[in-house]
Design a protein around this ligand. Sequence first.
Ligand SMILES: [Zn+2]
Length: 485
Amino acid sequence: MDRVEFDGVTAEQAIAEIRSQGGRRHPGVTGYAEHAARMYLESHQRGEAGMRPVRELWVSQRLTRSVVWELYAWGRRYESVDGRLREFRFLRQGDALADGRDEATAIAIAAYVAAFGNPAVWPNPWSEPFHPSGRTGTERVRVVSVGLADGVVKPLFEGTAADVEDYFAEHGRSQVGEIAAGRDVVPGFGCADCKRVAVCDGPVRTPGLLGLDDSQGPLRTVSVSGLRYYLRCPAQAYLRSVHLPRAYEYSGEAELGQAVHAWLEEAHEAGPDGCRSRPLPPLGSGWSAGTWQVTGDLADAGVRMLAQHAEVCPFREAPEIENVRVEPRLTVFDTTARAIVLAKPDLVYQEAGQWVWRELKSTQKATRFFTDPLRQFPQLALGVVILSAGALGPGGAGRVELEILRPTGAEIVLIDARDDERVDTARTVLRELAAPWRADRTFEARPSNNCQWCPVSRWCPSYPGPHVEGKDHDSRAKPATAFEQ
Ligand SMILES: [Zn+2]
């Protein structure tokens, strides 16, 4: 967009440039970037005439003796020829409709710098303060977001400078103070890009968690689901990991599984006997939990599964349970593999001081599992290794439990996290999954029948179309060159 708006290059030329730089990024990302550029340009053509693009950032700056305060927003900027109207555009990775609470703060900051900021070029080096100059502020401000997947423009704010002042007072001023104080540590997806990760105590350091001896290359983020996606298709795993917009990917069965999880999560959050005191959804009427809805036969199967849970609930008759965490988001830093590992067990708790990690699986299939559960469900292997490494905090390693709920019964599979053989096997399972993922620098597509259910196939140049015969289609993508993730 900079090339089009500031350098006078045509849209087609700019898109051709995106393509010609392809070797430096994944072809799926290039596909998405092309689409996003077209969508943005289309949305732009529908916009108001007489607005000119602004290259400089709008910066609101305050200098004290010891601190430089600077406020600016990421997005694209436009102003009317007479300078009385400024428009700020957020670019949204997916569709234009988004978010809740945090969005108001982002809007407040964008509106504030548009209303009161000065133009300033990005400082070089970036550690230097901005040098704002030129026209200060404007009379009217508009803030919109543009969805890069669908090109829809969503108005977020429009008003005078005085309106902006009010909006910022409510949604921005104290929030900016909180952000600047930065006391909360929220490890997770952001860690791999964070400059402070080496000194931060947010992610729990667990060298060797994934079983690799060493590794090179940039820090990467992964979960067990990510490694399973990788096994199916490296390109799918990669395009998911960079958060490209995804098509809806849940079958009815998967929706049911999510609803059962959500129902039990809500119940257990209410207290140890929450799942027994909460009335089950009635049969024959459909039900919902969290953001998931189920209807018909699936809904009834789900009610029967929930009814089976009471028999195997960890809180049933265990007075020694403490430190219960329902669906905690765990972030572990394997410094050897150079990987931030994310996990979300369904439940962890301490029983007589020992940590227990529980995963829940709901299924309508009557068949039992015959292979080693650590191999069949690698998230159990991750649980064993995390417990054995003591990464959940003070307390001993206990066991990993797999709770299997069927409409006709419940079952618990127990894995002792103090058993050396189990720990070794868990480590082997993780190493076998993680080693090819960690060594991969191209994440080539592996087109197959799975493509028809792949939620990021839209961006993948190797997508063979909806009708694939057989499993071993050759990739239609150009031979990939290495790029840095
Ligand atoms: Zn329960």
